[in-house]
Design a protein around this ligand. Structure first.
Ligand code: PLP
Length: 422
């Protein structure tokens, strides 16, 4: 018989049992916001950092810590912190670079749309100036860096949606020569294809929502750091801005990580096969994929990415400027998803002009090559012939001969409204 009433028993029964003997083979979900200790002195020591332990999940949770340990190891960093999304991770990495009124950020011009917007709107409001540059023109980048003295350079290992491979090695040198830090968004390459810290990056950021998780069932982000001295700044950005990852999401992403190699293997091979397929399609003007982007890009890809891998994402420019025709093609897909993401086990097709780069003016998109006819395809793990059959049947449903043909520089001005961005 319990000494307590049933109402009290319902609250406390079964809780706070001592961990059983035997270490769990897989990390459990520690669905707890707080951790209790027998003695207050022990709490004190943990809070002081004299002893390892957990107190409150915003400051650390064992499931999240397991994912952080895994990612720090896999990306060859000193430590990692996980966040509630890729954007929260980027925000924290930028905060950790100690930006203040008047500092300059030099950003790759084809950075993920929301990343540029974060810099321009949120950081811009605090007086941080963001300048964009073509990170594939290294000489121009070097002189711009020396001229502007930015605190940070930020780029993507494989850019979105134009899939340019960043010469991380040279860009890290350019940044460090000028006393700047380098943040690399490694979402599209993943640590299976590239570990930017090995090439000198100071912070590596991921949207774990994409390849790391890989199953379209978890939202998260991570920052991995090259140097221990950045720990307090990043820890502050995590615990004070408070964008922590939940134990549930951490568990899904940790599970996803285990098959990242297997998935990427298949996804990259599928992407290559899809690139071949599109090269032979009469409706396609251009296929964008690092191995097809000329000698210079191939050299960078060979040096920066895993040998013979160019990623799981490709771009396809259809021979049309008509949004209606592009939508018609996308609507006709039966197997490929129209999901606004990349890196899932499903093959997904995205229309960057109205998704990732919706906020950008049509003129700017046109200059960057993000035209109305551009599609971004993220290869899944399905049987590739099934994906191709789906694309073929969708092409058959659209009469491209009736449509205006995209000219080399041609884009059509569209009013863009709404705030959704992916
Ligand atoms: C999706 C994405 C982000 C943002 O990540 P969220 O998890 O959606 O916040 C940042 N960078 C790249 C390259 C992405 O694809």
């Amino acid at each position: 018989m319990s000494e307590f009433s049933i109402a009290t028993q319902l609250v406390h029964a079964g809780e706070r049992r001592v961990a059983p003997l035997g270490v769990p083979a897989a990390t459990p979900i520690y669905a707890t916001s707080t951790f209790v200790y027998e003695r207050m002195e022990d709490v004190d020591r943990v809070v002081e950092g004299e002893r390892e332990g957990f107190v409150y999940s915003r400051y650390g949770n064992p499931t999240v810590a397991a994912l952080e340990a895994a990612l720090a190891e896999i990306e060859n960093g000193k430590f990692a912190f996980c966040f509630g999304s890729g954007m929260a991770a980027l925000h924290a990495a930028l905060l950790a670079c100690e930006l203040s009124n008047g500092s300059v950020v030099l950003a790759s011009q084809d950075l993920y749309g929301a990343s540029l917007e974060l810099l321009q709107t949120i950081f811009g409001a605090f007086g941080v100036r963001t300048v964009t540059a073509d990170f594939s023109d290294l000489e121009a980048l070097r002189s711009k860096t020396q001229e502007l003295k930015p605190r940070v350079l930020i780029g993507e290992t494989i850019s979105n949606p134009l899939l340019k491979v960043l010469d991380v090695e040279t860009v890290a040198l350019i940044a460090h020569e000028a006393g700047a830090k380098l943040i690399v968004d490694n979402t599209f390459a993943t640590p299976f294809l590239c570990q930017p810290i090995n090439f000198g990056a100071d912070f590596v950021v991921h949207s774990a929502t994409k390849f790391l998780g890989g199953h379209a069932d978890a939202t998260g982000g991570v920052v991995i750091a090259r140097e221990d001295f950045d720990r307090p700044a990043l820890m502050g950005a995590l615990t004070l801005a408070g964008g922590v990852l939940s134990a549930w999401e951490a568990h899904s992403i940790l599970r996803g990580l285990k098959t990242l190699g297997l998935r990427l293997e298949k996804q990259c091979r599928n992407a290559e096969r899809l690139a071949e397929f599109f090269l032979d399609c009469e409706q396609v003007e251009k296929v964008i994929y690092p191995s097809l982007a000329g000698e210079r890009q191939t050299e960078i890809a060979n040096r920066i990415l895993r040998k013979n891998y160019c990623g799981a994402v490709l771009g396809v420019r259809l021979k049309t400027d008509s949004r209606a025709a592009v939508y018609e093609f996308m609507n006709a897909l039966r197997l490929c998803t129209r999901a606004a993401s990349v890196g899932d086990i499903f093959t997904g097709v995205v229309h960057p002009a109205t998704a990732t780069h919706r906020e950008m003016s049509a003129a700017k998109r046109g200059r960057l090559g993000i035209t109305e006819g551009l599609l971004r395809i993220s290869a899944g793990i399905e049987e590739v012939e099934d994906i191709i059959a789906d694309l073929e049947q969708a092409f058959e449903k659209v009469d491209f001969s009736e449509l205006p043909i995209a000219s080399a520089s041609g884009y059509v001005e569209f009013e863009v409204s709404g705030l959704s961005r992916i």
